[in-house]
Design a protein around this ligand. Structure first.
Ligand SMILES: Cc1ncc(COP(=O)(O)O)c(C=O)c1O
Length: 330
C-alpha cells in the first residue's frame, strides 16, 4: 500500500480508542457532515460550502464522473486505473494522452491536452501521479484549467507527501474539481475519508444527492472531529513526513541505480522502476514475501515496469538487498 511510511500519527490510535469507548458506532454519523466538513475546510483553507466529504478518493472519483456526466473522459496516462474502470460501465468514451519521458522523468505536456478542451469532456490529471511519482506545477494546471473549456478532475491523493507541492486546495476556477484523501498522508486506508472541492455548486449539489447518505462512518467522523482540532500539529506531521520521504526516496533511488536498475525521478512516496527482468524479479520478490506493483497493465508502460513504495529505512534496505541479489543472478 502506498501510504505514508511514518504514519499514522501516534495519537490516531488513542483518539480511535476514545471513540470506541464512547460507542460512537451506535449512532448514525451526521448526514450533513457539518462539523467534519468545517474542520477539513479550515485545515485546507477553503470555504466549507465548496466541499463534500467522500468515502476515500475512490468514491470521490466515481461521484465526480457520474455527476459530471461527460461524453468522454481524457486521462493523462500512465495513471491510476480506476478512472477507466468506471467509464466502461457508464458508456463514456475513454481517451488518453501519454506522458513523455525526459531525463528519466515522466512529463505531462499540458499543451497536448489543449485539443481536448471541449465542454462535453472531463480531463483527469493525477498530481503527483501514480505510478510515476511525477509532479506538474499545480499553478500551471490551474492556469491551463482557466483557459480550457473542459471540466478538469484533479486527483491530488499524494500531494501532502510531496515536498515541493502546495497543501492548499483553493484558487480553482468553476471547471476544476479537486479530489483529496486522508488515506495516503495519514496512512489510514481502512477509515475511508476523502473529499471533493469545487466552486461549481450545480455539480456539488448533484454529487450531494448522489452520495450515500452516511458515506463517512461514525468512527471516521469521530476521528476527524478530534484530530483536526490541532491544525499546527498536523502541519508539522506533514512537514516531517515530507522531509523523511524526500531523503529516503533519494537514498533508495541512488542505491537502486547503483545496482543497475532504471529508476524514474519521483516527487512523492513511490518509485517507478524499469528492468528487462522485471517479471522474474516480481515473482521472486513475492516468493520471499515482498509485494511490489507489477505495472504491465498501465497505459504506456509494460511488463518491464514495476512500482515500489518508499517505506521505513529497514524495510527499504531489505527490498534493496533482495533486488540486488535478483539482479546479480541475471
Ligand atoms: C491516484 C489515486 N487516487 C485515488 C486513490 C484512492 O484513494 P482512497 O483510498 O482514498 O480511496 C488511489 C489509491 O491508490 C490513488 O493512487
Amino acid at each position: 500500500v502506498n501510504t505514508n511510511p511514518i504514519g499514522p500519527p501516534e495519537k490516531i490510535h488513542r483518539i480511535l480508542e476514545n471513540c470506541l469507548k464512547r460507542r460512537v458506532y451506535e449512532k448514525y454519523p451526521d448526514y450533513n457532515q457539518a462539523m467534519t466538513r468545517r474542520l477539513i475546510a479550515e485545515f485546507y483553507g477553503v470555504d466549507e460550502a465548496n466541499l463534500i466529504l467522500s468515502n476515500g478518493a475512490a468514491e470521490a472519483i466515481n461521484l465526480v464522473i457520474i455527476a459530471a456526466k461527460p461524453r468522454r473522459i481524457v486521462v493523462a496516462e500512465p495513471s491510476y486505473g480506476e478512472y477507466e474502470s468506471i467509464v466502461g460501465v457508464l458508456n463514456i468514451r475513454y481517451e488518453y494522452v501519454l506522458m513523455k519521458i525526459r531525463e528519466e522523468r515522466f512529463l505531462l505536456d499540458l499543451g497536448e491536452l489543449r485539443s481536448f478542451c471541449e465542454e462535453d469532456t472531463l480531463i483527469v490529471i493525477t498530481n503527483p501521479n501514480n505510478p510515476t511519482g511525477s509532479y506538474v506545477d499545480r499553478g500551471e494546471i490551474i492556469d491551463f484549467g482557466r483557459e480550457c473549456g473542459a471540466k478538469i478532475l484533479l486527483d491530488e491523493a499524494y500531494i501532502e507527501l510531496c515536498d515541493k507541492c502546495p497543501i492548499h486546495v483553493g484558487d480553482a476556477s468553476e471547471n476544476i474539481i479537486v479530489v483529496r484523501t486522508l488515506t495516503k498522508w495519514l496512512a489510514i486506508p481502512g477509515l475511508r475519508i476523502g473529499f471533493i472541492h469545487t466552486v461549481d455548486h450545480g455539480l456539488l449539489n448533484r454529487i450531494d444527492l448522489l452520495r450515500q447518505p452516511w458515506n463517512i462512518n461514525s468512527l471516521a467522523e469521530c476521528l476527524v472531529e478530534e484530530l483536526f482540532l490541532d491544525k499546527r500539529d498536523l502541519l508539522e506531521f506533514i512537514e516531517a513526513s515530507r522531509k523523511y520521504i524526500y531523503s529516503e526516496r533519494r537514498r533508495v533511488r541512488d542505491l537502486l541505480k547503483r545496482i543497475g536498475l532504471r529508476v524514474f525521478e519521483s516527487d512523492t512516496n513511490i518509485l517507478l522502476i524499469e528492468n528487462p527482468y522485471s517479471q522474474m524479479i516480481i515473482r521472486e520478490l513475492l516468493r520471499r514475501g515482498v509485494a511490489v506493483r507489477d505495472c504491465s497493465s498501465f497505459k504506456g508502460l509494460g511488463p518491464s515496469y514495476f512500482r515500489i513504495g518508499v517505506k521505513r529505512r529497514d524495510e527499504n534496505d531489505l527490498l534493496i538487498k533482495y533486488l540486488s541479489e535478483e539482479i546479480r543472478y541475471r
